[in-house]
Design a protein around this ligand. Sequence first.
Ligand code: RIB
Length: 293
Amino acid sequence: MSKICVIGSCSMDLVVTSDIRPKAGETVLGTAFKTVPGGKGANQAVAASRLGANVYMVGKVGDDSYGKAIVDNLQANGVNTEYMETVTYKESGTAHIVLAEGDNSIVVIKGANDDISPDYAKKAIAELPSIDIVLIQQEIPEETVEEVCRYCRARHIPVMLNPAPARPLKAATIEDAAYVTPNEHEASILFPDRTKEEALADYPGKLFITEGKKGVRYSDGAAERLVPAFPVEAIDTTGAGDTFNAAFAVALAEGQDIEQALLFANRAASLSVQKFGAQGGMPSREEVEELLS
Ligand code: RIB
């Protein structure tokens, strides 16, 4: 069984559904409000666990009802929470999501997620022997992402860096990560002076740009390749990127080659968008394999 360590955010998603997305200064009447577990880190941990990996979540929550519900949910999904900490001086992270007109808009309040220090993350990695891959995102401090990538590279532990939400990254951090998985917007922030084609050619086998319904693009060193997404009717795309990253990491940790792993990840992501909530549609291993066969 592959062993995955996720370092990242654990939040509660406060989701409003509305037919119309309000413009600045406008008030509209919505159709529903739901509270569901989210946060890019926790989403990736839950997705990887449902896909059969042995997953350790490294993160922080506040000493509040959301924090307890977040940790309970991780445990209910088989994620090891030994390296989760509850802090008293900050509230749990929250994501304020509007689902409207077939897409989402999200405002994240980092709360306790902002307290995941480089030392806290490195201590957990050091104590977890034989980790196959580390997954990390950007709802936690920038220096923690940089330091984890550097620390892991020195110890030959591959890191999959999902640079979401978008912010510029140091070239050294991109070098230190084994895999970098931006969407098109995030890629344009990471490589403002390069075209997408140039950036892909600069990082063969490392940079994977997700293009939503089109699929995922990367360079194999000789040519650019597109692994197409599976066409499905999407109900809620929240968490699709997290499912993709988790599934890609699980497949690579199991020794699948890049094309196979991307196919697996695209299948998992296509299943994830067919139900409400970031984690609502995240598939089991059996569901993905049934679809692949
Ligand atoms: O990637 C989706 C996640 O982003 C949501 O669950 C929300 O928590 C936001 O952080």
